[in-house]
Design a protein around this ligand. Structure first.
Ligand SMILES: Cc1ncc(COP(=O)(O)O)c(C=O)c1O
Length: 452
């Protein structure tokens, strides 16, 4: 792997040509592209050109280890050959289909999901993005219960369409206009910084009890659902303690509300289990999947029970999206599920996570900046603090580490304003690539710790 070079005077005709191409593309972006992106608004390189497995390559030929799995959608590896073959087959048979009629690949995908998900989650419909699936899930819950009110923990991320954003509290709210009503926050189980200053297990899930006192106080008697991630990824890799999700489900059902689990980022093997709720021994009422469900193309799913499907369809629900049932997308979905099962992605996730944690634990003995290491499987977070006792968040240090690692050829994301680093290597990552990434990370940690 090479690192990103500082721009220098081109020495060969080839380099000059690449310089010109990159400049021309960035100039075009400056004129024609929209800037509002996550973590950056600059028209600067690198410009990415290709990807394979766990490595992405820029126009200049520099390789980067992608411990962000693209935008989390390449968790099975970029351009997985089985996904490419499925797409190729769709190109030769049928790309697009009308969603009124059934097509072969759409039925195959529904069957795969129905067989993979625990009973009674046998019925699936498809959306075009993660937000889209969550919109549909909330719509189902509202129609089924006849209620309106939806709740979600205050570190959640469910997407940026209207209803999904109304239950997204991890950012991207301010300055984005008004939101639909009837959505409220619950107190998240952020044990490292418990909002109630308690600790687990002696707290007895005080965050849930307090949250539901608020739910009951705020409700106009039209509760519909709680939507939650099983592990809050974008909110800072916040992993609820064992038993939290099961208790949440009980509290929902006591009030006639459905439990929707947004497993879009955490499902299909990433946490070391097939689904993010498996460890809790519960089955949600509705589950949404997205991200690596498409193996790199945009498809999402909503799965639920016969009973819920029957009632909402009986009430007149029509689900139609221009592309959600397309054979192209569904074929990629089928291939992705086959990869998850046949290549035992949960086992790979556990092995990658274990290696990452070994490195991070050793680094935490050298660097006081590391306040907490958490996560499950191949979704691992590191919370940085200026002082381990006061837990003052190390925002500037985290942002500097993220930037410098990127420049050194290691991509991961920085969350919670800079204080949480999130590592999500694709399942194709080798243990030696993990070692290599952690070597880069250690060097940068050393530099930033010395400078601060
Ligand atoms: C848990 C979760 N839900 C929903 C979404 C939104 O997905 P999309 O960006 O495809 O709409 C994301 C995206 O990061 C996510 O992580």
């Amino acid at each position: 792997m090479t690192s990103v070079d500082q721009p220098s005077a081109p020495t060969t005709a080839f380099e000059a040509d690449i310089d010109r191409r990159e400049r021309a593309l960035l100039d075009a972006a400056q004129r024609y592209s929209f800037r509002g992106r996550i973590d950056t608004s600059a028209f600067s390189g690198p410009v990415f050109a290709s990807a394979r497995g766990s490595v992405v390559t820029d126009l200049r030929g520099n390789d980067y280890l992608d411990f962000n799995s693209g935008q989390m959608c390449a968790a099975l590896g970029h351009n997985h050959p089985r996904v490419l073959a499925a797409i190729q087959e769709a190109c030769e048979t049928m790309l697009h289909a009308h969603s009124s009629h059934f097509n072969v690949k759409e039925i195959e995908l529904a069957v795969r999901l129905g067989e993979l998900l625990p009973d009674p989650l046998t019925r699936s419909l498809f959306g075009e993005s993660g937000a889209d699936a969550n919109e549909l899930a909330l719509l189902l819950a509202r129609i089924y219960t006849g209620g309106r009110e939806v709740f979600s923990p205050h570190v959640s991320y469910h997407g940026l369409s209207a209803s999904a954003r109304s239950v997204t509290f991890a950012g991207w709210r301010r300055g984005h206009g008004s939101l639909p009503g009837d959505s409220h926050a619950l107190i998240a189980p952020y044990c490292y910084r418990c909002p109630l200053a308690k600790s687990f297990p002696s707290c007895g899930f005080a965050c849930l009890d307090t949250s539901f006192e608020l739910v009951d106080a705020q409700s106009t008697d039209q509760p519909a659902a709680v939507i939650t991630e099983p592990l809050f990824s974008a909110g800072g890799v916040i992993d609820p303690p064992q038993g939290w999700l099961a208790r949440l489900r009980e509290l929902c059902h006591e009030r006639g509300m459905l439990l929707v689990v947004d497993d879009e980022q955490t499902g299909l093997g990433k946490l070391g289990t097939l689904f993010g709720f498996d460890d809790e021994g519960i089955v949600p009422d509705i589950v949404t999947l997205a991200k690596h469900l498409g193996g790199g193309v945009g498809i999402s799913s909503v799965s639920t029970t016969d009973e819920i499907e029957d009632k909402v369809v009986g009430a007149g629900l029509t689900v139609t999206r221009s592309h959600s049932n397309d054979p192209l997308l569904c074929a990629a979905g089928v291939a992705s599920i086959d990869i998850v099962v046949e290549e035992d992605v949960p086992a790979k996730a556990r092995a990658l996570g274990e290696r990452l944690r070994e490195h991070l634990t050793a680094l935490s003995e050298r660097f006081d900046l590391i306040g907490d290491i958490r996560g499950r499987g191949m979704l691992v977070g590191v919370e940085l603090v200026r002082d381990r006792d006061t837990k003052e968040p190390a925002f500037a240090e985290g942002n500097a580490i993220g930037r410098q690692c990127f420049e050194a050829g290691l991509i991961f994301s920085v969350r919670r304003g800079g204080s949480v680093l999130r590592f999500v290597p694709p399942s194709t990552t080798t243990l030696s690539q993990v070692d290599q990434a952690m070597e880069t990370f250690a060097k940068v940690l050393e530099e930033v710790s010395t400078a601060s």
